[in-house]
Design a protein around this ligand. Structure first.
Ligand code: ADE
Ligand code: ZN
Length: 319
């Protein structure tokens, strides 16, 4: 029986496995410039975040209809459930779809087709977190928030993702203020490739309740002290860090030192179709390569439920 856990850092578009990409490409008549699934997998050799994002955005072209988004999410939920995920807080990138002429209604209704049945079908409760692309303008983010307003019953929070370097959190102050006024929860990617100052800014300017990645906090002892004191959850993604070369090798990952420092770490999969593993695979990898004890793994799982956007009753049921 895999350890029950919550997944808090998961881009639904990053769960698009090559087999499903080709199936959807065929269904929608979208040409893919790869001979087949093996050739596509060959392209999964990333040198940094941007090299991954180029392929991630390219492959989204196959997602066109509500049913495509439903099939994508349902496939993820089945895999997650098999690896012990009981609760999943799922990111999506509406701007990447709106730019291709796919409407907010198609994306949200499609995802909801799978999420709305997930507890019953997979035993996985869910939340939806809408991310803004930080390499787009603040005005575009604000327009996206407005476009999502009819769907706020289905969206729990906002996040910030895409190319981090050169796109500090403060650029999105107003849109986070507007999201807060609408009752939305707040997270942001920070300190994945970007400097520790972006983590501080995400906390101080955007008022985030969790930091996605937060890996580079280790470079700033005062920031670590603050994150420990305020019990700010970090959603780490170890296999992602290796594939995007933010750490040299899994054996060098700072997770054990971060836990020793008292940081509220969680382990997640980010874009599992591209990075070689779902949530349970990430847990297995840190156990096997970093030698984390069963007690430490249980701490990580406990942290994941604690850091989730669940109320106390829901948290007890999910565990
Ligand atoms: N979008 C999808 N995966 C991402 C990641 N790891 N960092 C930033 N943006 C992303
Ligand atoms: Zn991410």
């Amino acid at each position: 029986m895999p350890l029950p856990k919550a997944e808090l850092h998961l881009h639904i578009e990053g769960t698009l496995e090559p087999e499903l990409a080709f199936e959807l490409a065929g269904r929608n008549g979208v040409p893919l410039p790869y001979a087949g699934t093996d050739a596509l997998r060959e392209a999964y050799r990333f040198t940094d975040l941007q090299s991954f994002l180029n392929l991630y955005y390219e492959l989204m072209a196959v997602l066109r209809t509500e049913q495509d988004f439903a099939d994508l999410a349902d496939a993820y939920l089945a895999r997650a459930a098999a690896q012990g995920v009981r609760h999943a807080e799922i990111f999506f990138d509406p701007q990447a779809h709106l730019a291709r002429g796919v409407g907010m209604d198609t994306v949200v209704e499609g995802l909801w087709r799978a999420l709305g049945r997930s507890e019953e079908k997979h035993g996985v409760s869910t939340r939806l977190i809408m991310c803004f692309l930080r390499d787009e303008t603040a005005e575009s983010a604000m327009r996206t928030l407005r476009a999502a307003q009819p769907y706020l019953g289905r969206i729990t929070g906002v996040g910030l993702d895409s190319a981090e370097t050169g796109h500090p959190p403060a650029k999105f102050r107003e849109v986070y203020e507007a999201a807060t006024a609408l009752g939305l929860r707040r997270v942001a990617h920070a300190g994945e490739e970007g400097p520790p100052e972006y983590i501080t800014e995400a906390l101080d300017v955007l008022g985030v309740e969790r930091v996605d990645h937060g890996l580079r906090c280790t470079e700033d002892p005062e920031l670590v002290e603050r994150l420990v004191r305020d019990r700010v959850p970090l959603t780490l993604c170890p296999l992602s860090n290796v594939r995007l070369r933010t750490v040299d090798a899994l054996a060098d990952h700072p997770l054990p030192a971060m836990l020793d420092a008292g940081l509220m770490c969680t382990v997640n999969s980010d874009d599992p179709a591209y990075f070689g593993g779902y949530a349970g695979d990430n847990f297995d990898a840190v156990r096997d390569t970093l030698g984390l004890s069963e007690e430490r793994l249980r701490d990580l799982a406990r942290n994941s439920f604690h850091a989730a956007f669940l109320d106390d009753d829901e948290e007890r049921r999910a565990r």
